[in-house]
Design a protein around this ligand. Structure first.
Ligand SMILES: Nc1nc2c(ncn2[C@@H]2O[C@H](COP(=O)(O)OP(=O)(O)OP(=O)(O)O)[C@@H](O)[C@H]2O)c(=O)[nH]1
Ligand SMILES: [Mg+2]
Length: 450
């Protein structure tokens, strides 16, 4: 069934997590006043006003008491009639209330269906709808604040601004195509190339911010690698403040990956400790090392550990050669307490080196600071918004299309075509040009009741 034809029936779901003091059953559909009257036995229900009432079952027995809220269309979250029944939060009583609403003609809402209706009824665009899910799932305070910013339209506003400029440009080009004999030099005079370059620069800036937002949404993934016994597991434990990984002075202690999630300044960071790199002594160790390698290849950053004043092992140098260039490398020289060095952060041509001690904790703050810099998280990150990989891809494609457009500034038909593609790509972010199956995919990842 296509999404467009789905949103005529009445949907209902428990909108709150179970076990709280108050629980909410939410209903959305057309013409819901009779349902509200039936369940509450009240005839006069004022829009958007909390009504204290009893909720009744079909035998006119009281199921629960609470507040009823009625939001007539179009002034509601979904843009349809919405009813909220605020009862007690126990899961049994909430389910009874939900059953009663289903009996009165509603069906169970699918995951994300309320938000999908809000999107389809023009209450919010796709980027905003996605930020609803992100706000609920936010793993840290920063991510939550940024999701709230996206929800309020900061990101969408930037995209719509770009779209407006792009449409102006397309109108110019298409006008010249329609009346070529009148405006031979018109495009030259309008300096189309410069306008395209300016637009691309704007997208680039938004891309940079969006990428930070995407990292914050997903969290920063870092992997600890290095020779046996350099202190990888000790560093994991020091960062997390827990004894998660086993630490011994036996080389080859860690044989499988150990993961831990921490928050640095509200930013979620996922740390993976790996088996020390050396010629494996058995198949278990070999598998452990292989897994570590493949995780490192997909990380946002790898921390390459060595002991202070000692060279990298051959195996570690080999691993470095295998890791894609775009993955940030941070060289950590551990155990400075043994050599008596001071904690230090060195940055030579983007080669970052940190001297620290996992044992005493000296220099750990320098490492945390570097990790936050990778996320681009500055104390003042007001302009940031939460973004998804999907958004980054669309922005990247839009930039590619503008590059193509720049090649064809002398060939109006091809120029027009690439500008049209650019607009399609940007439109995917706000949902203007998103096909049904993509929408289904996006909303199915929401929770029920949202
Ligand atoms: N003095 C000192 N000792 C450390 C420090 N960090 C780790 N160690 C010691 O070094 C030894 C190895 O530490 P681990 O954390 O197990 O090293 P690893 O890199 O995880 O080793 P594998 O799991 O075998 O690859 C242990 O005896 C630790 O106590 C440090 O900063 N200073
Ligand atoms: Mg270890």
């Amino acid at each position: 069934m296509s999404i467009q034809t789905q949103h005529t029936d009445t949907i209902a779901a428990i909108a709150t997590a179970t076990g709280g003091g108050v629980g909410i059953v939410r209903v959305s559909g057309k013409n819901l006043l009779p349902l509200a009257q039936e369940i509450s036995h009240k005839q006069n229900i004022s829009p958007r006003k909390a009504e204290f009432c009893s909720f009744f079952d079909e035998q006119n027995e009281v199921l629960d008491q609470g507040l009823l809220l009625f939001f007539p269309a179009p002034h509601s979250f979904t843009g349809e009639d919405v009813i909220e029944l605020h009862g007690h939060g126990g899961s049994v009583v909430l389910n009874l209330l939900l059953q009663r609403v289903l009996q009165l003609g509603a069906r169970m809402a699918e995951a994300g269906e309320f938000s999908r209706r809000a999107f389809l009824n023009g209450k919010m665009d796709l980027a905003q709808a996605e930020s609803v899910a992100d706000l609920i799932a936010a793993s840290g305070e920063k991510a939550a604040r940024m999701a709230a910013r996206s929800l309020s339209g900061v990101f969408s506003h930037k995209i719509n601004n770009l779209l407006r400029k792009l449409i102006d440009l397309r109108m110019l080009v298409e006008a010249v195509m329609d009346f070529p004999e009148e405006d031979e030099d018109f495009l030259q005079n309008a300096n189309i190339s410069k306008q395209i370059k300016d637009l691309k620069a704007e997208i680039e800036a938004i891309f940079a911010t969006a990428r930070q937002g995407a990292v914050l949404r997903e969290g920063l993934h870092i992997v600890l690698v290095g020779a046996p016994n350099v202190g990888k597991s000790s560093l994991l434990n020091a960062l997390s403040g827990e004894d998660t990984a086993i630490v011994t002075d036996i080389a080859g202690t860690t044989r499988d990956m150990v993961r831990e999630q921490i928050l640095i300044d509200g930013v979620p960071v996922f740390i993976t400790d790996t088996a020390g790199l050396r010629q494996p002594t058995d198949i278990v160790e070999q598998k452990g090392i292989e897994r570590g390698l493949s995780t490192a290849k997909n990380a946002d950053a790898v921390l390459i550990l060595s002991e202070s004043k000692q060279a990298l092992s051959d195996e570690t140098a080999q691993l470095l050669a295998d890791i894609p260039q775009e993955i940030q490398r941070i060289f950590v020289e551990n155990k400075i307490d043994k050599t008596g060095e001071e904690p230090k952060l060195l940055n030579n041509n983007n080669e970052i080196k940190i001297k620290l001690s996992a044992k005493t904790g000296a220099g750990l703050n320098l490492l945390k600071q570097v990790l936050l810099e990778i996320v681009g998280s500055t104390p003042n990150d007001e302009g940031l918004f939460l973004a998804r990989t999907r958004h980054l891809e669309a922005l990247q494609q839009a930039m590619n299309e503008l590059d193509n457009a720049l090649i064809y500034t002398q060939q109006n038909d091809l120029l027009a075509e690439h500008l049209r593609h650019t607009q399609n790509e940007l439109g995917k972010i706000t949902g203007e040009f998103s096909p049904d199956d993509l929408l289904g995919e996006i909303f199915s990842r929401f929770c029920i009741g949202k």
